[in-house]
Ligand binder design. Sequence first.
Ligand code: PLP
Length: 390
Amino acid sequence: MPIADKMVNMVEAASMIRKMFEEGIRMKEKYGADNVFDFSLGNPDVPPPPIVKKTLLELINSENISHGYMPNNGYPHVRQAVADYLNKEYNVGLNSDLIVMTSGAAGALNDTLKALLNPGEEILVPAPYFIGYNQYAFIAGATLKTAASLENFHLDLDAIEEGINEKTRVMLINSPNNPTGVVYTKQELDKLGNLLEKVSKKYGKRIYLISDEPYRKIAYDVEVPSMFDVYPHTIVLTSYSKELSLAGERIGYLAIHPKAEDAAMIAGAAGVTNTMIYVNAPALFQQVVGKLQGVTVDSEIYKKRRDMFCHGLHAAGYEFDVPEGAFYLFPKSPIKDDVKFTGILKEQNILAVPGTGFGGPGFFRLSYAVPDKTIQDSLEGFKKAIDSVK
Ligand code: PLP
């Protein structure tokens, strides 16, 4: 093998996703874009709010634009803008030294995990979970362990307690959740905070909470609780990929709770990780988002799609809990084998991701970051697919 042994499985897993992406392109060429219903990717199709373009143009035309290197953690004025915004929203007393600008939420996860984990230490995540976590754990040389969730995909605190041992360094959660759309409640998060305090004492080492929140602003009729109130040893990370529809611009940040144990050292280590991998977050979009704190896409657009999709799929006979956030549906596969069922959906030109890929066998994921028409026109195919296995 010309590539490292440890890369073989990783390349195979990545090429599965790439194959699905390429299959979508091939099918669109063959059947016409309007006749293929691609729900496979969480790639926002809603344009960024107009103020993004305006800010970008103003910046490009101004004398103040900067294109050079900067401190690894990001432009000081941008980190200050982020800290000011978070303090206003959550009253947490953050200073800009505890903010690191990153290349998306993926960059923030890589930075944080590399900063916190020794090789062989463990990350615990509730299943189902976002596929990318396997890769970030791999890069950090850590082991990703899963804890089962409750039937409604909320936190199963007993399973989490059982999953924690002397090797656990990080508890990783994601709410609103990809793939389930669940938003964890303040009550269950408070219980998680208490549990992490208890097990940190039990094992004589600090277990950190990482809260991966790129969908925070895409929630419907529910409050997404502030993680800064839950447990002091928390690192919140996010991006502008979904909330400003800027996924390709690779911009995000991590914010460390001021009371987290060794907070300053974590920020320093995360900044050094930046240097090792991509040096610093993209300069242009740091400067753009620095001016747009608190601006988000209109989540009503996603809510309308969610309602339309849920209505249609329920009518066709699919079972699922209505998601409270993000832009994913996670229905039960009508047959046990979710991989087989996504194959049956493909016969109707519908692309969905098997739950098995997210550590959630027996389900499948649909991204509704697609035009309304794609949802409407797909419903007949969904009905035929479920009817064919009844
Ligand atoms: N975390 C979750 C839960 C995601 O769904 C994604 C992307 O889909 C990421 C992290 C990575 O986000 P970004 O593109 O901002 O790096």
